[in-house]
Write a protein that binds this ligand. Structure first.
Ligand code: ATP
Length: 443
């Protein structure tokens, strides 16, 4: 069989961004793909100007892990390529050992001192990824599979130069060049769906459709564009529809149905509430459209809830555990973030604010017990009514703090009201900003 001219293809498709001198770190597993890439990159140095190094991640999972590291060390030593071997601890997090190993590996890659990190996934890997994502019901982002180029960190780019090359071409090349590589025994374990696909299903597909890899790559490229367009549109819609972390329903309902779904999906992700399935997005969207105007529909996600209140959707990470807390007078000068209360307390000088001596004597932030009242000009009003009148949604009312003075008297409801008996013309007005997840407003 003719040896594929992989070097020529690599040079032909060399990214334009890599024209000047740069530093490149190869993620070297010791397997066929990355060993071939090492060889190709060494030769490419005759055509392009870059400094090459390699990194091997020792996951400590296989009994052969030491042998793989040793193999990489020997390969790099023989070729005078600097290599760092990084041992990682793989801690599975509910999504399996494979995913945890990948996370640990990418963390190591992100710590690279090179400008560009390169991985050796090839066309077969890409085709398998597209199929696996489709079988999992993935959307455009998932089916876009692996990009040839992307930012890994603000300072490091990730490059996959072999995505257009088949595995059998890599093997023919490696054999012809006399390269030696190690086989990861987990690649034949049929318990992994990827291996089942690779060994049982894809040979059948290839017999009927020999160019299936190229077609799946075309699908991935088109979906990568579609996903990028969705991202652009979602950014515009988020900028338009989100105020103070809350999604404005009037803005949402102006959009077409698919844009509404995209916006809801992005907004919950950005608000730190976790990702949502397409079914749950649609179910909540329908609920929003059909619920009575005074109803308060909720959407439960993996890391919190969404509440509808007065024309807005409110994200609720919901893990506040407010405890009575002493506040020193230093709070007057610097706003304090109170994680247990999930909010920020600040004071600003204002007529009708709290008298300074009350603050100097010491104030406590106290959770509501129920039944509290605040002294107004006329009579004492229930705190619950004050919060309702201020438009605070029910889920925040329960965890809204009270300010209590040294004598145990409730002197303020931050951001809402200061007791008449505690006010002064040159007082300090307490402000309370509940944390509603990361701020994603336009401005
Ligand atoms: N232990 C390792 N140390 C360094 N690089 C590695 C290691 N394992 C894999 N890589 C790099 O990652 C590429 C992909 O490897 P592999 O296909 O095993 O991982 P994957 O988990 O399927 O891929 P991905 O991490 O992109 O989803 C390899 O070609 C190699 O460049």
């Amino acid at each position: 069989m003719k040896t594929p001219d992989l070097l020529q293809r690599l040079i032909k498709e060399w990214p334009e961004t890599l024209s000047g001198h740069f530093t490149l770190e190869l993620a070297l597993s010791g397997g066929l793909d990355s060993v071939v890439l090492l060889d190709l990159l060494l030769q490419a140095r005759a055509h392009q100007c870059f400094t090459l190094s390699a990194v091997h991640v020792h996951h400590g999972l296989s009994p052969n892990a030491d042998a793989w590291s040793e193999h990489c060390r020997a390969l790099c030593e023989a070729r005078a390529v600097p290599l760092r071997i990084e041992r990682v601890q793989v801690i599975p997090d509910g999504d399996g050992v494979e995913a945890a190993a990948r996370r640990a590996r990418y963390q190591v890659l992100a710590s690279s001192s090179a400008n560009v990190v390169t991985l050796a996934q090839h066309q077969d890997d890409q085709a398998e990824t597209v199929l696996l994502q489709a079988l999992r019901g993935g959307g455009p982002h998932a089916l876009a599979a692996m990009p040839r180029w992307r930012a890994l960190t603000p300072a490091i780019d990730l490059w996959r130069p072999l995505l257009g090359i088949r595995r059998d071409e890599l093997e023919t090349y490696a054999v012809a060049q006399g390269l030696r590589w190690v086989d990861d025994e987990s690649n034949t374990d049929p318990r992994y769906r990827r291996n089942w696909l690779r060994h049982h299903w894809l040979p059948v597909l290839a017999a009927e459709l020999p160019d299936y890899r190229v077609q799946l790559q075309r699908t991935a490229s088109q979906l990568a564009d579609a996903a990028a367009l969705l991202d652009e549109l979602a950014e515009q819609d988020l900028a338009q529809a989100v105020r103070g972390g809350r999604l404005q329903l009037a803005e949402l309902t102006r959009l077409s149905e698919p844009r509404q779904r995209q916006l809801l999906l992005r907004w919950v992700e950005r608000s730190g509430l976790g990702s949502a399935t397409p079914e749950s997005v649609e179910a909540f969207r329908r609920q929003l459209l059909t619920a009575r105007s005074d109803a308060t529909p909720q959407w439960r996600l993996s890391r919190g809830l969404v509440h509808r209140y007065r024309g807005e959707l409110w994200p609720d990470a919901g893990s506040a555990s407010p405890q009575c807390q002493y506040l020193s007078s230093a709070v007057l000068t610097t706003p304090v973030a109170l994680p247990d209360w999930q909010g920020v307390l600040a004071f600003e000088p204002r007529k009708g604010g709290l008298r300074s001596e009350l603050i100097e004597q010491g104030l406590w932030l106290q959770p509501r017990q129920g039944g509290e009242r605040l002294a107004l000009k006329v009579g004492r009003k229930p705190v619950k009514t004050l919060l309702q009148e201020a438009g605070v949604p029910p889920f925040l009312r329960e965890r809204w703090p009270l300010l209590v003075d040294a004598g145990g008297e409730c002197v303020a409801l931050p951001g809402v009201e200061v007791a008449n008996t505690a006010q002064s013309d040159d007082g300090w007005w307490p402000l309370w900003t509940p944390a509603l997840g990361p701020q994603i407003d336009a401005g």
